[in-house]
Design a protein around this ligand. Sequence first.
Ligand code: PHE
Length: 338
Amino acid sequence: MIDRVKEYLEQVEAFSSTDPQEIETFRVSYAGKKGILNDLFASFREVPVEEKKAFGQELNKLKEAVTTKVKELQTQSRAGASKMRISDPSRTAFPIDTGNRHPLAVVKNRIIDIFTQIGFSISEGPEIEDDWHNFTALNLPAHHPARDMQDTFFIQTDPDILLRTHTSSVQVRHMENNQPPIRTISPGRVFRNEAISSRAHCIFHQVEGLYIAKEVSFADLKQTLKYFTEALFGNSKIRLRPSYFPFTEPSAEVDIYWGLETETDYRITKGTGWLEIMGCGMVDPNVLQNCGIDPDEYSGFAFGMGIERIAMLLYQVSDIRLFFENDVRFLKQFKATL
Ligand code: PHE
C-alpha cells in the first residue's frame, strides 16, 4: 500500500504543464471528489495497524505535494499568458487611425511657443469688431486713404460694425485694459474681401505681436524678429525694408532669405532671393495716446504676420487653397510636434 502512495508521489513531482486545461485535469484526478487522494484515504481502514502511522504520513505528504504542484503550475501558466498578451511581437497592430492637427494649427502653436518662451502672453479678442478698435484707434481716422489697404467686410448696413481685418484690434483692446510693460501676441482669424485673385483667400490667420515698455528701440524689434525667425526657420537671414503702416512709425517689412538655387526659387522670390514674411514698426505715438498710454513715457514695437504665408514657406506649399479644402491626403502629411 505504502509503495503505491510513493509511486503517486513520484508521479506528482514529475508532472509539469503550462496548459490550464491539463493542470485542471491533473488537479481533479488527485484532489477531486472521486480522485486518488479520497480513494487512498478511504482505503485507510484496510491498512494493517502497524503500518497505519507510516501510511498516514505518506498520504499527507502526497496531499501536500498535489496542492503545492497545482498552485505552482497555475501561477506559472497565468504569468506566461499575460506576458504573451503584452509583448507578443507577432501580433498585428490594431489600426487606430488617429487624426492630426491642421498644418495651420501646427504652425500657429510653434509661433506661440517661440514667443511665450521669451515672456509674451497671449491675448484674444472678438472677430466681429467696431470701427474704433480695427481702424480709428490705430491712427486710421474715417476717410483715411490707408483704409483701402485692407478690403473690409462690413456687417449689413452698419458701417461701424465689421469683421476684423487684422488682430491689431486685439492689441488696441489689450492696451486699453493694461498698462506697460506689455508683451503680448494675438493669434486669430481675420477677414478681407480679396476676391481679385484666385490665390487670395477671404479668411486667413494672423499672429500679431506688441511690446511696450520704457525706452524700447528699433534695435529691440530687430533682435526679437531675428530670434523668432531663427527659432522657426533655423539659421536664417533676414532684412528689414522701409515700408508704411498707419499705426507704426517708422515701419518696415521683414524679408527672409530664401535662396536662388532653383527655378521655383526664382519664381517665388521674383528673382531677388528674398521673401516677405511680415510687417512691423515702432508703435505710432498717436496709437499709444488713443489707447490710454503716455507716449512721452513709453515706446514700443509691433509686428504682424500671416500664418498661411509662414506655413507655405515652412512646408513648401505653393497654393494657399490647400489649407482650406481639408483634403485628408494633404492634411495627413503634417505631424504635430506641439
Ligand atoms: N496689421 C498689419 C496687417 O495686418 C500688420 C502689422 C502689424 C504691421 C503690426 C505693422 C505692425 O497687415
